[in-house]
Ligand binder design. Sequence first.
Ligand SMILES: Cc1cc2nc3c(=O)[nH]c(=O)nc-3n(C[C@H](O)[C@H](O)[C@H](O)COP(=O)(O)OP(=O)(O)OC[C@H]3O[C@@H](n4cnc5c(N)ncnc54)[C@H](O)[C@@H]3O)c2cc1C
Length: 415
Amino acid sequence: MSQAPASLSDRGAADILLPDLLPLAKQAADAADRLLAAAKQAVVAKVSRDGKVSAALIEREQFAAHGLAWAATYVEALRQLSAYAHRMSEEKRLGEFEALIVQVAFGEYLTQMTGGIPMSQGETVRPRDLGIAEADIAAFETTPAVKTLTAAGNTAEVRARIAEFIAANSGAATFGDAGLEDTYEAIRDQMRKFADAEVMPHAHEWHLKDDYIPLEVIAQMSELGVFGLTIPEEFGGLGLGKESMCVVSEELSRGYIGVGSLGTRSEIAAELILGGGTRDQKDKWLPKIASGEVLPTAVFTEPNTGSDLASLKTRGRREGDVYKVTGNKTWITHAARADVMTLLCRTNDEPGYKGLSMLLAEKPRGGDENLPGGRHDGRRDPVLGYRGMKEFESADNFEVRPKLLGGEEGGGFNG
Ligand SMILES: Cc1cc2nc3c(=O)[nH]c(=O)nc-3n(C[C@H](O)[C@H](O)[C@H](O)COP(=O)(O)OP(=O)(O)OC[C@H]3O[C@@H](n4cnc5c(N)ncnc54)[C@H](O)[C@@H]3O)c2cc1C
């Protein structure tokens, strides 16, 4: 449990800490759930024709559809916070700091759910945008737990008290007890020590010189198991949950964002292979990815296609045992140094995701000037931050000698 601040705020903790926080959180999360159900029903009505969801209507109503996704994310966050508070209380780990964080988060999120959720700087979604009936909005706003938490959950005094806790625990890895299992806290500790000793002293220099993260540092990370955290033990990994990726990424990123995100491409490739690969592909790649012997790179984004990957245009055409790839790929992190590319391209004329295939294309490690593999020339995209792996774009036409993930074309979005 966190150290209590020496100087209590003038009003004292007792005044601002809501009594009955646990039932309040549960009741408010349930009310948020009901509001979400009403939102879902209203948005489904907007985007359906003849009882079926229509892609054209989703396009027309994309503000509401996007807003529904945000609302659902908020409600899930509230559910999880309520579950966290209950779990921590049962384990006698819910101190004042933890309880205040829960109540401030409820106060803010519940207020935004009716006042407006900021989806970006220029877009705020409100219940009426989703088509929620006035009666459902009123039922939510008048739920006693929602009223209490919006009125007293997130006040200036609560925030000041949290700030006192943060100051009193300066240097701590987390704000309060994160509630993770001991294993994850031990991993956090280990990664923090590694980042302090091996990363922090050199990170600024790597950044200023726009250097690669040294291979010796990557070798040390391999020994610590960073590249096989979530890969099952049968394939040489540690078989841990996704929380391990969060903890490790957080702690290593404290040292240098590039080091913190080095494991991301390994995680992406491993997840793709686990979800969509054949048994042979799993046996071949996963142990090498887990040990750090193989560094993958993700080749998905195109100059005009980022978030909406299903509409990408790069073609992959089979000619004998190679695929001729036509089209530009961009923002390929760690491309030159990587040993294998996970490359998403269109291998048939089906529109959207159905025409996509994921290629596992081996390549030799190379220098900065080009993406190796002979005919796969690449250019560098300089970046202001997030240095240490270097970003590349690929040429218009190149050949790869790949294996299809899963062995069949058209399964690029599986897994
Ligand atoms: C440093 C760096 C490294 C990267 N490394 C890799 C890599 O290794 N491999 C790789 O494949 N890619 C990589 N990327 C690309 C990254 O995945 C894309 O930038 C990302 O997918 C977003 O795509 P975009 O830049 O085209 O933005 P867009 O998709 O054009 O989005 C622009 C804005 O519009 C919003 N938006 C998009 N769709 C919607 C919608 N339907 N409704 C409302 N708002 C929407 C977005 O939230 C965003 O704010 C990298 C990018 C960077 C900056």
